[in-house]
Structures are given as structure tokens and as C-alpha cells.
Design a protein around this ligand. Sequence first.
Ligand code: BV8
Ligand code: ZN
Length: 244
Amino acid sequence: MEFPTELIEKLKSAKSVLFFTGAGISAESGIDTFRGKGGLWNKMKPQELASFDGFMSNPNLVWEWYQYRRKILKGTGPNPGHLSIAEFEKYIDTVTVVTQNVDNLHFRAGSSHILELHGNIERNYCIDCKTYYGMDDFLDVDEAPKCSKCGGMIRPDVVWFGENLPQNIFAEAEEIAKQSDICFVVGTSAVVYPAAYIPKSAKEGGSYVVEINIEPTEITNSVDCSLTGKSGEILPKLLELFLR
Ligand code: BV8
Ligand code: ZN
């Protein structure tokens, strides 16, 4: 894997680095992606499972899908890609993770400034009274549970299709992207909006945009540098070259 010297130089002088991540960064932790081969959407329909209507028409199916993903997450953890991003924090003034992932692996890897655009699978809330519950409140609960306070339906705290992203978090992510010196776009097909605006905002703000992916995507032609390969291999290599 060849890394352009320009990238290493820019990394060494960078004050603010943004890592915009998608499901691909968690693939090497054994978490299925959505659109690649073997991806979740090939087996299931997003509007059925990752939408409010889908949940309301079949709460137990959707609940079970999230419980299935939570079980997988309990049996795995961050991979060298997540860990390298956390490590960069020791050497660069501002490192921000803006993630589309709901798997909480960046937090478990030790990253300290994480903006979750699509929520977090380890949290749930009551649709009616908005009481929050953790995922451990419902270990081995296969049917969509009811709120102990008001009897309302409990849902995962994730952003489904057709739902707004947390506006304050998205606005902060846009701001940071515009100010960033380098924006890494790691493991995302960049087709889901408005999250996919983040690399565009970085570019508009003059950031040096670097894509890390195993295959070309919608944005490959518009980035400054495209590194083809697994993020779990490329990011540790990048950290090693940066520290030399
Ligand atoms: C919104 C959370 C405003 C839940 C997810 C009709 C009505 C309403 C909206 C729309 C509509 N039509 C279109 C839209 C907009 C819609 C959208 O963008 N649709 C797309 C598909 C066209 N967006 C929304 O609905 C958003 N909300 O617009 O609100 C609004 C409100 C009301 C009415 C109108 C508008 C909400 C979108 C959020 C949906 N939630 N997930 C959950 O996870 O269960 S989406 C899901 O996709 C995940 O969050 C995921 O992160 C995200 C993006 O996917 P990626 O992360 O990129 O993953 P993917 O599998 O696609 O790609 C993986 C990549 O990794 C690949 O490129 C692969 O090559 C690479 N890779 C694989 N292995 C590796 C690797 N790279 C490196 N190393 C490896 N080892
Ligand atoms: Zn309630």
C-alpha cells in the first residue's frame, strides 16, 4: 500500500482532523455492512426494518433485528481501524469522529469526541414519555417491550429512514467538517443523506479529503486522495508512518 508523501506531511501539520465513518469500518469487527456483498439490505428491506412505519407495523420483527445486532456486538469489539483513530487523539490537537454507525465501537475504542449522526443501538426510549432505557434493561427480551412508566412502546434510539437526524449534532458535525484540515471518509458508500453532505462540507471548507474504502464509491472521483483497502489495515499503517 503506497501512501502519498503529501498525505503524511499534511497529517503531521494538521491541527484538526475529522474521521467520517460508515459501516465499513466495523466490517472487520464482524458487523455486516448494509450495501456491500452480504450486506444487510440485500437480505432485508430497509423501509421494513429501519423506519418508524416498519416498526409500528411489525414491532417484534424490528425489535428482534436490533436484539440480534446487539448480541453480535456483545461478542465483538473495536478493530485496529477504530483503535488507530482513537490513538491519533494523542498527537493531533483536535480529532473528531462523525459516525453514521450505531454500534458504539468508536466509544469502546476510546475515542473521546464522537458525533453520532444516526443514534446508538445501546440506547432505547419510550415513544410516548421519552424515558430512556439501556440495552441491558432488555437482555433476552425478544418482544418489543413496553415502558414501565407509561406503558408506551419502547424503540431503539437510532435514526430511521424518513426521520430527522439530531439537528444540533448534525450542525456541529458540519461546522467541524468545514474547519477541518483533513477529512478521512472511512468505510461508507456515501449514499445516505444528509450524512453524506459531511465530506462535501469538508471539501467546501478547503479540507484535504481522503477516502479509505475497499472499492470505489459515489465520491471517489471528488476526493483528494483515495486509499483502496481495508480500514483495519490502512489506518494502523497510516498511524505508523505518521509517528515515524
Ligand atoms: C432524512 C440507522 C429528513 C439505523 C440508518 C424518502 C423519505 C425520507 C427521506 C428520504 C427519502 N428518500 C431518500 C431519503 C433520504 C434518506 C436517504 O438518504 N436514503 C438513501 C438510501 C437514498 N435519508 C433519510 O431518510 C435520513 N433522514 O432524510 O430526514 C426527512 C425527514 C422526513 C421526511 C423527509 C426527509 C435518515 C437516514 C438514516 C437512516 N438510518 N441507520 C440502523 O443502523 O439500524 S442508515 C444506514 O446507512 C446506517 O446508518 C449506515 O451507516 C448508513 C450509511 O451506510 P454506510 O455506513 O455507508 O454503509 P454501507 O453498507 O452502505 O457501505 C459500507 C461501505 O464500506 C461500502 O462502501 C464498502 O465498500 C465499505 N467497506 C466494507 N468493508 C470495508 C469497507 N471499507 C473499508 N474497510 C473495510 N473492511
Ligand atoms: Zn413511557
